[in-house]
Ligand binder design. Structure first.
Ligand SMILES: *Cc1c(COP(=O)(O)O)cnc(C)c1O
Length: 858
């Protein structure tokens, strides 16, 4: 084979057009319509061919065209306006600037295995990546001092195409880093800056690339470095590809390498956020640095790291979580464990629900939970599921009190909004909706948009979607060598005036793409109604190894080929951000039929809202919080079933009934001006109730208020006093662990005479023996709730008792009052747990002792 030297040739832009490169290299343009139009107008055809990638566009545009643009005064004026807009964006006073005034400054590092930012950057696979991308965009809008950390994959996530029989095939295009808005980070000598991670005795090097999202940089690591072995160069080849061992290596690069990259870049890290467990080795490296440089012992370093780490879990099914066999971990982490100054068993315990079980695999989510002081799910329901899923980590704590909270997901409104709707909002809402998408009062103003204008925009958006679908179908058919008459048919597929439903997502089985096909005849009758036609646009990829998912796609294609569905059902191949954007902007109804409670949040339904689309969904994920009765439709009432077949029967029937009796009639009931008045009112309700809450600006503010800001303070306080507080907590925890078996509730006094009535206040007194701990270190609570059949209190709530300052011979005395709020039979008991200020939640030690008469009598 000949020796091939690669040379990168940079575009030569005329000087006056050079600022376009600045624009192209900041992803701010992706959510700024005027910037998009600017690139688009340079050469529309080339823009499409480049996959909407302005860096590639500027690199391949013909010189004569550039020279013409350089002399085009109007183009130059538009360019300068956009540049000024960018300048304003980067310099205006932000939410964070105000919120953090007078506080210590810090930096938040956000670790994620994927970032879904734009279709021209195909290193995302689905919801998790899109959420990370939207998180970055909102962090930029709000002015958070955030940096993203991830991996740069040599191959994009796969592109999907279907063979003529409707089976999914995959290709993995090579990402051309030089044609992306990436900058290779170099050291002072101009050499690529690298970090290295020890993998099985080899120092594997990774380069660092930067990507700019408004004000927020993202650093991406890539191991395709010439000095690495061939196998190591391929660690970052594929997103979620390769063997379990590749996965482990990737996660070591992401977590350990990613953290080292931040340090090499001199970006002091004060708070770290793990988006899913893939990056949890970051916590281990963080601990190692403190052990090595600050001379803390492992437990002390863990205190510091935990106090300033947060973890967001996204996966409600155990099978979706990374788990590594202990043998594999021992091979890969022998060196690291030595540096941490602990034994291998102690290390493996960090990734186990039951630390004492040597067979339990090492779980990345458990590692993340144990090294973070806030763990949250991505919707209220998902947090409930997560509390059940991870309850074993706190075996003594009632399941519903497992310390996992929720921060409900959102979407970056501007990134998903059509320019059509953006213009309407500018006219009627003013410009504040752009800077304050989370302000309810601003969205209330959609009431001012006249019905006919809102409806006309909806009609136009649907037409554009249909034009897009037809273009894509023609392309798909051409690629398969389809005969000309089929191309002609595709040019006319779908009806621009018919009620249009979108169904697009990963074809995972729990999402049940087949639910609507349960009764094909009934569906055909709905779609082919003479006066009230309905059509469905499908899109979605199945994971390459998921045969069941591929069967689902095959089923949809077979259905679409049936004569009774032709023209009413289409499948758009290669679901990505571009397809998603077109769909969520154009559809009238977004259909979502997951098997509850498997949809952690789901975000695509949120994307349709500001575009005037309506949700029709199972009450799962975010829709449990979003649905209000008058702002879309719920299939069922949030039931969960053991018999899946029966569930599918029931829920498909509910879906047909909703379509037949409610959705379709409402869409086609028009007033004298042909406007569906009730439908338009529902759109308004949907926008007003959903848009201000289910966006990432609100979500990022929540993360900032609940975690980022307080943890930045925590870091500074810890650092300022040379980690004194962490050391003290550590010493205290050890002492409490030793003494806790001597703590017991020895005497409880409840007034038992008579039958209390609603509104009565019942005094409660308790004595607690505490083996040398002081009353300030022991919190006592009454625990009250309805009794189940076995006489337990499954979901009680806690009522704190106060220390009286007195003691009897049975122990320190505490008291409180129970206010009887409702009638019925309730159970009541007492419990106590250790307390000290500075703990992140009351069960941080996992210790809890219940009132137990049997025990007290011993
Ligand atoms: C929004 C989005 C998702 C997330 O889909 P959900 O089914 O709502 O979780 C996945 N893929 C793409 C391309 C998206 O735009």
């Amino acid at each position: 084979m000949p020796t091939i030297q690669t040379v990168t040739i940079l575009p030569s832009l005329p000087e006056r057009l050079a600022p376009l490169l600045t624009l192209a290299r900041n992803l701010w343009w992706t959510w700024t319509p005027r910037a998009i139009h600017l690139f688009q107008d340079m050469d529309r055809e080339l823009w499409e061919r480049c996959g909407h990638n302005p860096v590639a566009l500027l690199g391949s545009i013909e010189q004569p065209r550039l020279e013409a643009l350089e002399r085009d005064k109007i183009f130059l004026a538009r360019m300068n306006e956009v540049l000024e807009e960018l300048d304003r964006y980067l310099n205006f006073q932000t939410w964070y600037g105000t919120a953090s005034e007078g506080r210590a400054q810090g930096r938040i590092a956000y670790f994620s295995a994927e970032f879904g930012l734009h279709e021209s950057l195909p290193f995302y696979s689905g919801g998790l990546g899109i959420l990370a991308g939207d998180h970055m965009k909102s962090a930029s809008d709000l002015g958070l001092p955030m940096v993203g950390v991830g991996l740069l994959y040599k191959h994009g996530y796969f592109q999907q195409y279907l063979n003529p029989d409707g089976w999914q095939l995959e290709t993995y295009p090579l990402n051309e880093f030089d044609n992306m808005p990436l900058t290779l980070v170099r050291d002072e000598a101009g050499e690529p800056l690298t970090v290295s991670v020890e993998i099985l005795g080899r120092e594997v090097k990774a380069r660092i690339w930067s990507l700019v999202v408004g004000r927020v940089p993202i650093y991406l690591l890539d191991t395709d470095v010439p000095t690495n072995t061939l196998a190591d160069r391929q660690i970052t080849s594929f997103l979620y590809g390769g063997s379990l061992e590749t996965r482990l290596q990737q996660e070591m690069i992401l977590g350990i390498g990613g953290f080292r990259a931040l340090r090499a870049l001199d970006l002091c890290h004060t708070v770290c956020h793990m988006n899913e467990g893939h990056s949890a080795f970051m916590a281990v490296e963080r601990i190692r640095c403190l052990v090595e440089e600050q001379k803390l012992d492992f437990d002390e370093a863990l205190e510091v790291v935990r106090a300033t780490n947060i973890f967001t879990t996204h996966t409600p099914v155990p099978a979706g979580i990374d788990r590594f066999p202990p043998e594999l971990m021992k091979r890969y982490f022998a060196g690291m464990v030595k540096q941490l100054g602990i034994g291998m068993d102690d290390f493996l315990a960090l990734g186990r629900m039951n630390p004492a079980d040597p067979a339990e695999p090492f779980c990345m989510a458990v590692l993340a939970i144990k090294t973070a002081s806030q763990t949250n799910g991505v919707s209220k329901l998902h947090a409930e599921v997560s509390r059940r899923m991870w309850a074993e980590i706190w075996p003594r704590i009632p399941r519903h009190e497992t310390p996992i909270t929720h921060v409900t997901n959102g979407v970056h409104t501007l990134g998903w909004l059509s320019s059509e709707m953006a213009r309407l909002y500018e006219r009627y809402l003013g410009s504040r909706w752009i800077d304050e998408p989370a302000n309810h009062a601003v969205w209330e103003r959609v009431d001012l948009i006249p019905d006919f204008e809102l409806w006309r925009s909806r009609e136009r958006l649907r037409e554009w979607l249909i034009a897009f679908a037809r273009r894509r179908l023609v392309q798909q058919l051409k690629a398969k060598g389809a005969p000309g008459y089929q191309l002609d048919q595709a040019e006319e597929v779908l009806d621009p005036e018919a009620l249009t439903i979108g169904f697009a997502r990963r074809f995972a089985t729990y999402k049940r793409a087949n639910l609507i096909f349960r009764d094909p005849e009934r569906l055909a009758a709905i779609l082919n109604h003479k006066d009230r036609p309905v059509q469905i646009v499908f899109a979605g990829k199945a994971h390459p190894k998921d045969m069941e998912g591929k069967e689902l796609i095959h089923l949809v294609i077979q259905m679409a080929n049936r004569p009774e569905f032709r023209n009413r059902l289409v499948f758009i191949e290669n679901y990505d951000i571009e397809v998603a954007r077109n769909l969520v902007q154009g559809v009238d109804v977004w259909l979502n039929t997951p098997r509850r409670p498997n949809e952690a949040s789901g975000t695509s339904g949120m994307k349709v809202v500001a575009n005037g689309g309506l949700n029709l969904s199972i009450l799962d994920g975010w829709w449990v919080e979003g649905y209000q009765g008058d702002n879309g439709w719920a299939i069922g009432a949030g039931e969960e079933y053991d018999d899946h077949n029966y569930q599918d029967d029931v829920e498909s029937r509910l879906l047909y009934e909703l379509l037949e009796n409610t959705v379709v009639p409402m869409f086609y009931t028009r007033n004298s001006q042909n406007i569906p008045v009730e439908w338009v009112a529902t759109i308004r309700n949907s926008i007003k109730s959903i848009a201000p809450f289910f966006n990432t600006n609100r979500m990022v503010e929540e993360y900032a208020n609940s975690a980022y800001l307080p943890k930045i303070d925590t870091w500074h306080n810890l650092e300022k006093e040379q980690w004194r507080e962490a050391k003290e907590i550590c010493t205290w925890k050890k002492a409490v662990q030793q003494k806790w078996s001597g703590v017991s509730i020895t005497d409880v006094q409840l007034p038992m005479e008579g039958t209390p009535k609603v509104g009565d206040r019942l005094p409660i007194r308790a004595a607690v023996e505490m083996d040398g701990l002081s009353p300030e270190e022991v919190r006592v609570e009454a625990y009250i709730g309805r009794l189940d059949a076995e006489g337990n209190i499954p979901e009680g709530h806690a009522l704190p008792l106060l220390y009286t300052g007195e003691r009897s011979e049975r122990g320190h005395l505490y008291q409180g009052h129970l206010l009887c709020l409702s009638s019925g039979r309730i159970g009541l008991t007492l419990r106590c747990y250790p307390y000290r200020k500075g703990l992140s939640h009351k069960f941080e030690l996992g210790l809890l002792t219940w009132w137990d008469v049997g025990e007290a009598a011993e």
